[in-house]
Design a protein around this ligand. Structure first.
Ligand SMILES: *Cc1c(COP(=O)(O)O)cnc(C)c1O
Length: 462
């Protein structure tokens, strides 16, 4: 399978090259040239399979000849072996017709582990084969960074540098990034917010001489392999609830639009998804855009669901590419307008988006009330991101169609908000109980491209 850029002017790559490069050289994001279409029989055949086997069947056609069948099976087995639940992504019923898809049983307790553990194994396999070494640079609002560090720590062929906004991630998130002792792990606290961190990472990718000098590789949710890993659980969840014979809807707590876009791909492959509901906190640019067509930057407000405190939603570009009929030139022009504060989605493209996506936004008090009310009614303890999803799902769902809300993190990752809402402090799973005793290792950096590049050069010089 070949991969093309959303902006239409970057080299066409195979799966392995698209995975190792992350961002396309024209500033766009890679997407498959065409999507495999699944028949109802293909979907029905997933029923009852172990998660790993379903993952193999969903991902196999996208990987092409980058990995052999045996290599891909081994990669998947190793990726999910460390999860704390045999089902990997279990479904729990919240109420009549409403389900939670628990995606927080991986090593860092957030859904990011599904993709990051997988691409850790894929990088390792590809780089070992070619004898190359890469420098992974990522920006995080908290969970991506911890998941990336967990997936790449100690690997021989990789250095991993993670930029996180100083003072704006939870203590558990920060400690997951700053306590690993492996020499190839570098946690960088940037003076700024998540969008600054993400912008500096994009700048590094657009600085081609630096990019080539240190062999930069990206593992942010712009990396196609991450989106692909997340397509799998839409299939397993929908099949558990009756697909292909019955439609299912999903509500997705959304920041960078990666997770919900994976649902879009599953739907485009033929999975009978009725609605994909985008749930945002008060940083609601996606909700405003889907309502009005106006994608306008307004600054980021810190919230109790920090992994969604984002305004430039990178993966939205992929949805725009399809909404604009796969016209890279138009996408390129629209994305250029972002530099002047925003853009307006054309009427046709907006209608195409609304055929698939609904949206809602939730404030802080309502999020806390949802955690408390869900706990009282069901005994389930939600993390604040998941609570945003559950609140929007309850408001927008059609009682005739099962709704699955993605539970994106374990409540113990955000204990302060959960305690405020329920009066009870959620505890970490026993395998992580010593997190608060370990020493931390972190470098403070200015929000300045050349300073960050200098630090990376120095740390990667042999
Ligand atoms: C990353 C994250 C999100 C947002 O996911 P996107 O793919 O960026 O939309 C939501 N909840 C949690 C807990 C996260 O870590």
């Amino acid at each position: 399978m070949k991969y093309i850029s959303t902006r239409g002017r970057a080299p066409v790559l195979d799966f392995e090259a698209a995975m190792l490069t992350g961002l396309a050289r024209d500033g766009g994001l890679y997407l498959p040239q065409s999507l495999p279409r699944w028949s109802a029989a293909d979907i029905a055949a997933l029923a009852g399979l172990p998660y790993e086997e379903a993952a193999y069947r969903v991902m196999r056609p996208f990987v092409g000849d980058s990995f052999s069948d045996g290599e891909l099976r081994g990669i998947i087995e190793r990726a999910y072996a460390g999860f704390g639940h045999a089902a990997r992504a279990p479904l729990v019923q919240l109420g009549s017709g409403h389900f939670l898809l628990e995606l927080f049983h991986g090593p860092t307790l957030a859904f990011k582990d599904f993709a990051m553990q997988l691409i850790g194994q894929m990088f390792e396999a590809a780089l070992t084969r070619s004898g190359r070494r890469v420098c992974i640079v990522g920006a995080t609002s908290g969970d991506t960074g911890s998941a990336a560090i967990e997936a790449f720590r100690g690997l021989d062929a990789v250095d991993v540098f993670i930029l996180f906004p100083h003072g704006r991630v939870s203590e558990v998130q920060r400690r997951q990034m700053t306590t690993p002792t492996e020499a190839n792990v570098h946690a960088l606290a940037i003076d700024g917010h998540f969008d600054d961190a993400q912008a500096r990472v994009k700048d590094m990718f657009n600085d081609f001489s630096f990019r080539d000098e240190v062999n930069l590789a990206g593992v942010n949710s712009i990396n196609w392999a991450r989106v692909l890993a997340q397509v799998v659980y839409y299939f397993t969840a929908a099949v558990s609830l009756g697909a292909p014979h019955r439609k299912v809807s999903f509500t997705v707590p959304t920041g960078n639009f990666g997770d919900v876009f994976a649902g879009y791909i599953a739907r485009a492959m033929g999975l009978p998804i009725d609605r994909l509901v985008v749930a945002t906190n008060r940083n609601d640019i996606l909700h405003r855009c889907l309502q009005s067509g106006d994608y306008r930057l307004e600054g980021v407000a810190p919230t109790i669901s920090p992994s969604m405190d984002i305004q430039v939603s990178s993966n939205f570009e992929r949805a725009l590419f399809y909404a604009y009929g796969q016209d890279g030139a138009v996408v390129s022009r629209v994305m250029d307008e972002l530099n002047t504060g925003g853009f307006h989605v054309s009427q046709g493209a907006l209608e195409a988006l609304r055929e698939v996506f609904d949206s809602g936004s939730v404030g802080e008090d309502e999020t806390l009330r949802t955690i408390a009310a869900t706990h009282a009614a069901t005994g389930e303890v939600l993390c604040p991101h998941t609570a945003v999803g559950v609140n929007v799902a309850e408001r927008l769902r059609d009682p005739a169609t099962p709704m699955v809300t993605l539970a994106t993190a374990h409540p113990a990752k955000f204990p302060d908000a959960v305690e405020q809402a329920t009066g009870q402090r959620p505890s970490l799973p026993p395998r992580m109980a010593d997190l608060f005793e370990k020493p931390e290792r972190v470098s403070r950096v200015d929000n300045d491209l050349s300073a960050i590049e200098a630090l990376i050069r120095e740390r990667t010089a042999q």
